[in-house]
Design a protein around this ligand. Structure first.
Ligand code: XMP
Length: 178
């Protein structure tokens, strides 16, 4: 059994027009104030690139990873902010940009860490929010689309490293044919 993208949930036109709207919501919120954008690798990359080109405030970009490790069999999230970028976060207004909100653990941990290292305000922006029971409440400030609780790929999202380059977002389904 392998998996392959089948049903298209969001085509490229729909994504592009929602990204334009989201950018305007963000422009209207910050009104030209300087901003540090924190992108969560790797899934944010295509969304981030499309979004930031429509933002009009002075900004700096920081790319972070959030690693998952097991502590007493419970998955824990560990944000890794490059040390050279800490000064861009400390004392600044931060907008986190991520691909998808599933359980919320990634964004909850990252927001706490950004506040701990001195960000004065942290807002969260995701392209997709899954209709899944959220175990970690991290309130979203900007959201592109609500989607069903299915595994999706494309527009930066991957399965085993593949499909990030798809221009649309598709559901990944098990296939017996491959
Ligand atoms: P949490 O549960 O922390 O999950 O909100 C967020 C991270 O989990 C990954 N994720 C997915 N990646 N298709 C993907 O390609 C999906 O449907 C999916 N659901 C969760 C992703 O890395 C995200 O940042």
């Amino acid at each position: 059994m392998e998996a392959e993208p089948t049903r298209i949930l969001l085509d490229s036109g729909k994504i592009a027009s929602r990204v334009r709207e989201l950018a305007e919501e963000i422009n209207d919120t910050y009104l030209g104030e300087p901003l540090t954008i924190v992108g969560v690798l790797d899934g944010c990359l295509i969304f981030l690139a499309d979004l930031v080109r429509r933002l009009r405030m002075p900004m700096e970009l920081v790319l972070v990873r959030v690693k998952t490790y097991l502590d007493a069999d419970t998955p824990q999230k560990k944000p890794v902010i490059p040390p050279d970028d800490l000064a861009r976060v400390a004392g600044g207004r931060v907008l986190v940009v991520d691909d998808i909100y599933d359980t919320g653990a990634t964004l909850a941990a990252l927001k706490l860490e950004l506040l701990r290292v001195g960000a004065i305000d942290v807002k969260l922006c995701v392209l997709l929010e899954k209709d899944a029971p959220h175990k970690h409440e991290a309130t979203l400030d900007f959201r592109g689309f609500a989607i069903p609780d299915v595994f999706v790929v494309g527009y930066g999202l991957d399965y085993a490293g593949r499909y990030r380059n798809l221009p649309h977002i598709a559901e990944l389904e098990q296939s017996a044919n491959l």
